[in-house]
Ligand binder design. Sequence first.
Ligand code: FES
Length: 84
Amino acid sequence: MVNIEVCIGSACYVKGSNKVVEQLNELIEKNGWSGKVELKGSFCMKACQNHLGLGIRINGRQLEGVTAQNALPVLEKEISAALA
Ligand code: FES
């Protein structure tokens, strides 16, 4: 199981984290990952304060430089790698 946490704190929300959640749900559906990927919301994980981009963790590892614009290809690659 791959655990993904997406920050729903205000700084990330303003930068489109809710859209990333929608994209992730579509990605999970498209790839048939529903039993393999668990998606959760999270409060602020300090990515905003540390200029790391959106607060997104995969299996507890904070991704860096993810934005609402590049999230889809980055997350597809990260999840594929985590499932391999
Ligand atoms: S509000 Fe998302 S990491 Fe701070």
